[in-house]
Design a protein around this ligand. Structure first.
Ligand code: AMP
Ligand code: ZN
Length: 469
């Protein structure tokens, strides 16, 4: 069955045909490790994880590369301001290397908690400086780079196709440019490949142009080429990267090689709050830990992301995330119940569900539809053989349904101190002492347990923080 993606480059839904028959190279722009990632960032990483899982479900062998930006990403994506790593280092009175190590560790732990498959290659910018310098030199040789007093820049007017990904014509970019901060640049859209460093700049390396540090965009081009070759199958990221970061990656790579850089560009839409982007700079963001403090486990956030197609903005509200959590819990409960029922297994029904599921995921990752097919499967079938079908679907969903027994055990193993709170709460509720009951509920929540009101009294569930624990 054919697999179709919306390609940002051509603005069309296209059939996916990789360069090699059954092997796919896939690059995803990774985190800038100067601070914690927020759940908006994680929406994008979940979309990319689903993409990889769909490719694997279709029988492709995927090589997934993710970079870690630990130098060169300035406070504005458009090459202005300070290096975010130095900003983080100053904030915490640490070295940029300490900052990078701390936030990378936190980031990858969170990926695990979200059941995101580990990329095959995780590559740090600071460990690829020679590759970046080589690339800048190639660009010089081919006439795309020029030197000014603060660094080496890419000359966008030399590349006929510049602006193709975002559909911006170069002349319009010039007319619409903000007040130009660097009058030495030939064109406002020219961007830094390499920056010269002042003697007291902490992160700097030797180069043919004196001591300095790389631009942000060049790292992705250099690492793409090193690990996946000069033309790659799939490159993805969030939509905010289309107009600058990815446009610049294309320019540098195609300028250096003269070949097409990426065949399929896929971009995920934002997680929003109140109809606008969730962003660190706007201060309207939440971390996974903020969700956990309110009884929302990481996998519930993953489930929430599956309820929206990746090209549609998804609005975050506490109400919607709670209903996603309940959706996940109901799914688990229903599966456990039906798995124990006697076999109700109809081969043609299974084939129909398998076909519909594949059609949904291959239709530009229509995960809401795929999820509804899983619910349908739960309603119409049961028993052990059916359980295998659910596990097959979960290879794409990644909801940890293969660990249901452990999850069930963890969720329902309640320590005595929590049991005590539950009993006290039931007593308070009987006496209609609502304030006390509420305080006891909050106390349990702080310790990672949720109290649910049911007609039979208070039910307790543990918030599952990680399925690997
Ligand atoms: P950054 O660390 O800022 O480079 O962002 C990491 C990834 O998260 C990028 O692919 C961004 O496009 C993506 N991203 C940032 N904010 C959001 C958001 N609110 N919703 C979804 N993705 C986002
Ligand atoms: Zn990148």
């Amino acid at each position: 069955m054919s697999l179709k993606f919306f390609n940002t480059l051509t603005r069309k839904r296209e059939e996916f045909v990789p360069l090699r028959e059954d092997w796919v190279g896939m690059y995803t722009c990774g985190p800038t490790v100067y601070d914690y990632a927020h759940i908006g960032n994680f929406r994008t990483y979940i979309f990319e994880d689903i993409l990889r899982r769909v490719l694997e479900y279709n029988g492709y062998q995927v090589k997934h590369v993710m970079n870690v930006t630990d130098v060169g990403h300035l406070t504005s994506d458009a090459d202005e301001g300070e290096d975010k790593m130095l900003e983080g280092a100053k904030r915490e009175k640490k070295t940029p290397w300490e900052i990078a190590e701390y936030y990378s560790k936190d980031f990858f732990e969170n990926l695990l908690r979200l059941n995101i498959l580990k990329p095959h290659i995780i590559c740090k910018a600071t460990e690829h400086i020679p590759e970046m310098i080589d690339l800048v030199q190639r660009l010089f040789e081919r006439g795309y780079a020029y030197e000014i007093s603060d660094g080496i820049y890419f000359d966008v007017s030399k590349l006929r196709k510049f602006g193709q990904l975002s559909g911006q014509i170069l002349e319009e970019q010039e007319a619409g440019a903000r007040i130009e901060v660097n009058p030495e640049k030939k064109h406002p859209a020219d961007f830094a490949l390499w920056r010269k460093a002042s003697p007291n700049h902490i992160m700097q390396w030797d180069s043919p142009w004196g001591k300095g540090f790389p631009g942000w965009h060049i790292e992705c081009s250099a690492m793409n080429m090193k690990y996946l070759g000069e033309t790659i199958d799939i490159h993805c990221g969030g939509v905010d990267h289309i107009p600058i970061h990815h446009e610049n990656e294309i320019a540098q790579s195609e300028g250096a090689t003269g070949k097409q850089f990426v065949r399929y560009w896929l971009h995920g839409q934002f997680l929003q709050v109140d109809g606008g982007k969730m962003a660190k700079s706007l201060g309207n963001f939440y971390r996974l830990q903020d969700l956990e403090a309110k009884g929302i486990e990481p996998l519930a956030f993953r489930y929430f992301c599956l309820t929206g197609q990746y090209r549609t903005p998804l609005n975050f509200t506490w109400e919607s995330i709670r209903s996603a959590r309940n959706g996940l819990w109901n799914l688990r409960e229903e599966i456990l119940r039906r798995r124990r029922e006697t076999e109700d297994f109809d081969k043609s029904e299974v084939e129909r569900l398998q076909k519909n599921f594949l059609e949904a995921i291959n239709d530009d990752l229509n995960m809401p539809q795929a999820l509804s097919i899983v619910w349908e499967a739960i309603k119409v079938l049961s028993g052990k053989t059916w359980w295998k079908l659910i596990l097959q679907f979960d290879r794409v969903l990644g909801l940890g349904l293969d660990k249901l027994d452990e999850i069930e055990k963890e969720m329902t193993t309640i320590p005595p101190k929590i049991e005590e709170l539950r009993i006290k709460r039931d007593e308070a509720r009987k006496k209609k002492e609502w304030k006390t009951a509420d305080e006891l509920r909050k106390k349990a929540e702080e310790q990672g347990y949720l109290f649910e009101d049911t007609p039979e009294g208070t039910k307790v569930k543990k918030i599952v923080k990680s399925i690997d624990n």
